[in-house]
Ligand binder design. Structure first.
Ligand code: SR1
Ligand code: MG
Length: 398
């Protein structure tokens, strides 16, 4: 089916669905480009008679958020469809169905999830998703265990990791999450009222040493298959369902990265509301960690293939390391979403402007604190207390 690459139009997206036999030639189709992310085209193709629909996602050969001056590999579409299928095999309830993928066209055809909310949008509007932490904790526990050296042989793991070599997308994260926000780089984007706080970050040598450690871990540790961009815009949900999408940044890396990115995006939403406590978001952080630990530990005790599985102290060592990494990666994500290239609506939409600035200052302080203190925080309850006692929200809502 492939031919040569060209960006799809709405009518070409509809024709693709018909050619695949998902709808017939007689069907009247409505096609809409609904992509609001940083990188891709996303079409919804709906059969008007029944309202059934499919999503056609296509990678563009450049980063949409910047423009054609930032070329980007189309291979990410193959990584994404491969990862979606892999995640669905490991956690069938939490990932949409992929019906078709084409490497040349950089296209993935998948289940339409528009019956659900994009979690970021829902959280901004004050909605709650009580099962989100359980579902994401189980998703993470399963994927991060089953793709690691503790579940598969070292040979199988290396063969699998080779399928997820994703240098260009990893470079984006290395630059945008771990490097640029910590230096005076032209990709950064922040209001002038933050300059003093930002300069404090750039000049904080002890912070920079810690960020360098985290960046080194991101680059060198191949613990398991990561989603690679697990923010709340990569998750759809309602009160009983959760679906993880968009793993084009997938690669083998340190497992705390996915958990930390998820926590950071919950916390940015937590900080964004200066009128209500949004305590439930701290409960989500706590429950996600607890469910992750339970899921991972159960799999460790029942599916471990490594000789060290029964040695007392090995699992706690892994979990302690992952916890510290999670907190550190969480801090980096909070800082980059506040002053780096790719922002989040949770805090960028705060009005009035002076409140937005106050929240952003708080986010920067919290991010730096988490990075620096990560190895001293021993339990998830301590983490929650530290977040509460180091943000102004505490003063308002206790
Ligand atoms: C140029 S891409 C900017 C950001 O969008 C993606 O969703 C990733 O988070 C990336 O860092
Ligand atoms: Mg994305």
């Amino acid at each position: 089916m492939s031919g040569t690459y060209e960006p799809l139009t709405e009518s070409a997206a509809g024709q693709l669905i018909t050619r695949l036999g998902l709808f017939s030639k007689e069907d009247i189709l409505e096609v809409e480009e609904i992509g609001d992310g940083n990188l891709n085209l996303v079409f919804r193709v709906t059969k008007t008679e029944t309202n059934e629909s499919y999503i056609v996602k296509q990678a563009l050969p450049y980063a949409k958020v910047v423009g054609e001056s930032w070329p980007l590999t189309l291979k990410r579409a193959t990584i994404e469809s491969q990862a979606l299928r892999q995640f669905r095999d490991l956690t069938p309830g939490y990932v949409p169905n992929v019906y078709y993928s084409d490497e040349t066209l950089a296209v993935t055809v998948m289940e339409d999830l528009s019956r659900l909310d994009v979690v970021r949008k829902g959280l901004i509007s004050g909605k709650q998703y009580p099962l989100l932490p359980k579902h994401i904790g189980e998703f993470l526990g399963n994927v991060l265990f089953h793709t690691s050296d503790y579940a598969i042989s070292p040979e199988a793991k290396k063969v699998l990791a080779a399928k997820y070599v994703n240098p260009e997308l990893c470079k984006i994260t290395e630059d945008l999450v771990f490097t640029d926000p910590f230096f005076n780089h032209d990709t950064n984007d922040f209001p002038e009222e933050l300059l003093e706080d930002v300069q404090k970050i750039w000049g904080d040598q002890s912070l920079l040493v810690q960020v360098a450690q985290l960046k080194k871990q991101f680059i060198t540790e191949q613990e398991a298959l990561l989603h690679g961009d697990l923010h709340t815009g990569s998750i759809f949900a309602n009160e009983d369902t959760t679906q993880v999408i968009d793993p084009e940044f997938a690669f083998f890396g340190p497992i705390g990265f996915d958990i930390g990115q998820f926590f950071a995006n919950l916390l940015l939403n937590y900080l964004s509301d200066v009128e209500r406590s949004r305590r439930y978001l701290l409960d989500y952080v706590k429950e996600t960690w607890e469910v992750f630990v339970n899921t991972y530990s159960t799999l460790w005790n029942t599916h471990q293939v490594d000789a060290f599985s029964k040695v007392e102290g090995v699992l706690p060592f892994i979990l302690e390391k992952t916890f510290a990494d999670t907190i550190g990666f969480c801090g980096c994500e909070i800082i980059r979403r506040t002053i780096g290239l790719a922002h989040v609506e949770d805090i960028d939409s705060i009005e009035p402007h002076r409140t937005q600035i106050a929240v952003k200052k708080e986010a920067l302080q919290l991010g730096a604190l988490l990075i620096k203190e990560r190895k001293k925080i021993e339990t998830i309850d301590q983490l929650v207390t530290i977040i509460q006692t180091n943000t102004k929200k505490k003063e308002q809502f206790v």
